[in-house]
Design a protein around this ligand. Structure first.
Ligand SMILES: NC(=O)c1ccc[n+]([C@@H]2O[C@H](COP(=O)([O-])OP(=O)(O)OC[C@H]3O[C@@H](n4cnc5c(N)ncnc54)[C@H](OP(=O)(O)O)[C@@H]3O)[C@@H](O)[C@H]2O)c1
Length: 276
């Protein structure tokens, strides 16, 4: 599996998402994903499946240091005491001694960013998370976290797929050697039905969904974490690692509309903000 090194850790570029699988139902799904070869698992306290993910990790028999586990703190737990409690709770549910990456799930309007990131840095110092990161920061926020506060951000997780551009964010993240982890890499399943992607897929003997994943992994510094409950989709997503796109494919995907943002909760930051 292709990997990216960042802030002292090595992240498999294709990970496995676990959103919208609350409770014990996630366990067999993650067990299958691990058996097929996924080693990077993305969960969050908010997904309400950390215990199930942890049970799957335990039954897999895979050595802990071969796994890459990410979890996240919800945006109402960003004050230092609350964040530490949330972290303890996540680790206990996962049933492991450390996570590989602990992330702020969403910024909060009233957060004290420096204090929150310092609390994350202290967890990193303690060794109970190997690295820290953020999700869903707009450009001024990520600049502040990295350039002003100096947080050792190992990855920024945001929505990214063939129907949503992240041009300015990628330019900035690459300038700081920070990977972009693409969430909703299949546009929450919509990529599977896109005729342009399907057409490219035909040429490669691949599906439209596989082309969406191949397009993300074709880009320097990009990690993708598709979620798939179905075993055949899990295998198909792993097989996307073998696809090599050409310039004609890239041009066809570049011509798709790039303003389709599907994750739009009311607490999202202003994505167009240019200053803090
Ligand atoms: N940080 C954040 O705020 C944030 C926000 C959203 C998501 N995420 C993370 O990113 C992960 C991925 O995003 P997502 O789950 O929203 O959406 P996604 O991965 O873009 O799409 C998942 C959907 O695509 C389907 N699918 C998967 N593989 C397929 C294939 N090969 N062919 C056809 N359909 C396929 C799945 O179907 P089945 O499941 O039925 O097989 C599911 O309905 C999440 O699970 C979560 O870990 C993070």
């Amino acid at each position: 599996m292709d990997t990216i090194k960042t802030q002292g850790i090595t992240i498999p570029r294709l990970g496995f998402g676990t959103f919208r699988m609350p409770g014990g139902g996630a366990q067999p799904v993650v067990e299958t994903a691990l058996a097929l070869g996924f080693r990077h698992i993305d969960t969050a306290a908010m997904y309400e499946n950390e215990a199930a993910v942890g049970a799957a990790l335990a039954t897999s028999g895979i050595a802990r240091d071969e796994l890459f586990v990410t979890t996240k703190v919800w945006h109402d737990q960003l004050a230092p005491d609350a964040l530490r409690r949330a972290f303890d709770d996540s680790l206990a549910k996962l049933g492991i001694d450390y996570v590989d990456l602990y992330m702020v799930h969403w910024p909060a309007r009233d957060m004290d960013m420096a204090t929150t990131l310092e609390a994350l840095m202290a967890l990193r110092e303690s060794g109970r998370t190997r690295a820290i990161g953020v999700c869903n920061f707009n450009l001024p926020m990520i600049r502040r976290a990295v350039d002003e506060i100096g947080a050792p951000i190992a990855a920024h997780q945001i929505e990214y797929h063939p129907f949503l551009a992240q041009t300015a964010m990628l330019v900035y993240l690459r300038s700081r050697s920070i990977p972009l982890t693409a969430y909703a890499p299949l546009a929450q399943g919509r990529a599977a039905n896109n005729p342009t992607l399907a057409g490219i897929g035909k040429k490669h003997g691949a599906t439209a969904a596989q082309i969406a994943i191949a397009w993300l992994l074709d880009q320097e510094g990009v990690i993708a974490i598709p979620k798939a409950a179905r075993q055949e989709s899990q295998q198909s997503n792993l097989d996307a690692l073998k696809i090599r796109l050409d310039d004609e494919d890239r041009a066809a995907i570049a011509s798709l509309p790039k303003d389709q943002r599907y994750v739009r909760p009311p607490f999202a930051p202003d994505w167009d903000a240019t200053r803090a």
